[in-house]
Design a protein around this ligand. Structure first.
Ligand SMILES: C[S@@+](CC[C@H](N)C(=O)[O-])C[C@H]1O[C@@H](n2cnc3c(N)ncnc32)[C@H](O)[C@@H]1O
Length: 287
């Protein structure tokens, strides 16, 4: 286990929350259900269907983030990109497919790093992406190591945002890009069921930008993605509603009920005036 500065209570709640969403067999089962040939699976087969993504806005979010970054400076094939909170690795494989860059993904939870690694090996990505268990507030990398750092829907789980953005500024080279997708606070009561299950800390937009700039990063762009994310949650709700839950028992029935609660929490949040998600791109000012 890495040097872990995340509070023990946050770690155990994150492990429980994401543990049950972490399964290579689950990803492959989703691919089979989508009619894909498991013997001839590509990374794009998975991420374009959101099968290995746990971001807010699924594949449309990935595309929007890539287009936003291209307006400033797309990663080149010589670049090394850090994917912070890499989850099952879908975003990192998208990044290498789209830009030809190499990617190092880190996630707090070793279970997710193992799943990301297993999927990358199966998809033939082992030479282009690597994954490590690491806490984003205490990164095991030297100063200035990365050309870009991408962090999609991760910071909301991290209590100490000053330490988080300080670490990201430290590991970026001067002029490197920090690319974030995130939901802004304050979170409305609709998020309470989710907050009971996992740590969620969402500063207001103004506070968020202040923390990023205090870390020595200069914000270049903010692009609101609330409508895109909401559309993705409507799509997920339709998919889940098509499952006949009355035929399910045990863990499967619990998972469907939880899925409905999670989606409703997000829909209510994003439909409320307080709910807001977006892409932020910032440049490192050097050390
Ligand atoms: C909503 S998921 C997003 C995963 C991935 N970025 C994606 O778009 O599919 C949040 C991820 O952040 C990870 N995470 C939470 N706190 C972290 C920390 N302190 N350091 C590194 N990863 C963290 C979780 O384990 C989880 O995989």
């Amino acid at each position: 286990m890495p040097d872990n500065s995340v509070a023990a209570r946050d770690l155990s709640r994150l492990s429980a929350f994401y543990g049950e969403m972490t399964s290579v067999d689950g990803v492959l089962g989703g691919a089979r259900a989508a009619g894909l040939d498991l013997g001839d699976l590509s990374a794009a087969d998975l991420y374009t269907r959101g099968l290995d993504l746990h971001n807010l806005g699924g594949y449309p979010e990935l595309e929007s983030v890539a287009v936003a970054v291209e307006l400033i400076a797309a990663p080149t094939s010589d670049d090394l990109v850090l994917d912070v909170g890499c989850g099952l690795g879908g975003p990192s494989r998208f990044l290498t497919d789209r830009f030809g860059c190499r990617v190092t993904g880190v996630d707090l939870l070793p279970l997710r790093v193992d799943a990301a690694t297993a999927l990358a090996e199966r998809l033939g990505f082992a030479s282009r992406v690597e994954y490590r268990a690491a806490d984003a507030t205490s990164l095991p990398f030297e100063d200035g190591r990365f050309d870009q750092a991408w962090m999609l829907d991760v910071s909301i789980h991290i209590r100490d945002k000053r330490r988080l953005f300080g670490e990201l500024a430290r590991v970026l080279r001067a002029g490197g890009l920090l690319v974030v997708h995130e939901q802004m606070g304050p979170l409305p009561p609709a998020m309470l069921p989710l907050k009971r299950r996992a740590p969620y800390f969402a500063p207001s937009f103004k506070q968020f930008i202040g923390i990023v700039e205090d870390a020595g990063l200069r914000v270049q762009m903010w692009q609101d993605t609330t409508a895109l994310v909401l559309a993705e949650f409507y799509r997920r709700r339709d998919v889940l509603s098509s499952i006949d839950a009355s035929s399910l028992r045990g863990a499967a029935a619990v998972a469907v009920r939880r899925g409905h609660r999670l989606i409703e929490g997000y829909v209510d949040t994003l439909e409320s005036p307080a709910g807001r998600a977006g892409i932020m791109v910032a440049t490192s000012q050097g050390h």
